[in-house]
Design a protein around this ligand. Structure first.
Ligand code: FEO
Length: 401
């Protein structure tokens, strides 16, 4: 399948409708994804990124139907992760001498993956190649957005930014353009992508966008390496990234918990009641971690002002599900969020302390020592949960609208 993007620029990637897990099992992709590769046919013929390895032969077959592979003048590798470089070995078999443009770190990572010494040409911000007809490809270093090798390429004349992972979404659609798909679905996948992949690098996102704006280049199309292409008002996703990168918060509190016999669930629900009774406007979302998608939870944590985490005590600690989400939260380095802990216990009751320690380590402001309930909550304990919720809402009263 080939889609014309603009003038002599084509999408030649692969839509992966079946994909339900990405990065191993680390990222849920309920709406599939796409691996976006692009072909530029000016006086020179350029391939920008490839596709994931399982689709390499299909990719090459498709490309052979469009061009003579021997006519490829250069290959751009904006990012060496295998979902984009996976078909490179297959492609390079046909054109082993063709120059490969990537960042300096890209050379190391490509070699690390494929153990080949292709005709590498390391580039940095501002470097460019002439591709004929008065057009150039200018390279922009995107280091740590999200890998050390990441970069973007900008096509002059057509004003297309091939941004690779930045501005992408795991979202399969036969339409491939932002103005043709459901806006709500697209937004949800874009923010999930940011929260789960780019959040740790928010300070770099901010700086990089400022740097690109300062380059004063007109951007008519942003063509990422996953999901749909931003051709209608592409600046909208740049503005979203600017907003998301600045300690993003909505008027929301998330309560995430695990429960063994329902006691910690009862606590969660009554804490929510307490919060609601103090503030009707705040959105409160409850997730049982064991039965919810962890990436959806992470997206909601990203949106929240306060995160309240509950676990029953088991083996003097917390449940595996709670430990897992706390590990994920710690790695994502969310900023400017408050937190509290709760949980039922039978005899030793370490869970609240363990959760507080973990949330503190993750950079959250712990606003309470937490709330423990012995065995199953009785009427008095339920009242304590409601009061606890009210206190937490009070703690946020300055920031809750
Ligand atoms: Fe889509 Fe970082 O690879």
């Amino acid at each position: 399948m080939t889609i014309n993007i603009k003038n002599n620029v084509y999408w030649i990637g692969k839509i992966d409708w079946e994909l339900r897990k990405f990065h191993g099992n680390e990222y849920s992709t309920f709406k599939g994804s796409s691996y976006n590769s692009y072909l530029i046919k000016e006086e020179k013929t350029i391939v920008v990124d490839t596709v994931y390895k399982p689709f390499a032969k299909e990719y090459i077959h498709n490309l052979e139907n469009i061009i003579d592979l021997k006519k490829v003048d250069a290959v751009i590798v904006n990012h060496a992760e295998v979902d984009h470089s996976g078909a490179l070995p297959e492609l390079m078999q046909y054109i082993p001498e063709v120059p490969v443009y990537c960042s300096k770190n890209g050379v190391k990572i490509i070699k690390g993956h494929y153990h080949k010494d292709w005709n590498f040409n390391p580039v940095k911000t501002g470097d460019s190649i002439d591709i004929g007809n008065g057009k150039k490809l200018i390279f922009v270093d995107m280091q740590m957005l999200h890998w050390p090798d990441s970069m973007a390429s900008y096509l002059t004349g057509d004003n297309i930014l091939f941004s690779n992972d930045a501005f992408g979404q795991h979202y399969a659609s036969e339409f491939m353009f932002n103005d043709l798909v459901d806006e709500y679905e697209l937004y949800n996948e874009a923010i999930k992508y940011y929260a789960n992949i780019l959040a740790p690098f928010s300070s770099l996102v901010e700086k990089k966008i400022d740097e690109i704006v300062a380059m004063n280049i007109p951007i008519e199309i942003i063509a990422p390496s996953h999901g749909v292409i931003w051709r209608a008002n592409p600046v909208q996703i740049v503005k979203k990234y600017q907003t998301w990168s600045k300690d993003y918060q909505e008027n929301q509190i998330i309560i995430i918990y695990d429960t063994m016999w329902g006691g910690t669930r009862i606590m969660a629900e009554n804490i929510a009641l307490g919060i609601k009774s103090s503030n009707e406007k705040v959105t409160i979302k409850l997730f049982n971690i064991s039965s919810s998608d962890k990436n959806d939870i992470i997206t909601e944590v990203f949106k929240s002002k306060m995160v309240i985490v509950g676990s029953p005590t088991i083996n003097k600690g917390i449940t595996v599900a709670v430990a897992g989400i706390l590990e994920e939260i710690e790695g994502l380095k969310f900023k400017n969020k408050k937190a509290a802990a709760f949980g039922c216990y039978g005899w030793s009751g370490e869970s609240v302390t363990r959760i507080n320690e973990s949330l503190k380590k993750a950079g959250f402001e712990i606003v309470s020592n937490g709330l423990k309930c012995l065995w199953n909550p009785d009427a008095e304990s339920i009242e304590k949960c409601i009061t606890f919720g009210k206190e937490l809402a009070g703690n946020l009263s300055n920031s809750i609208e």
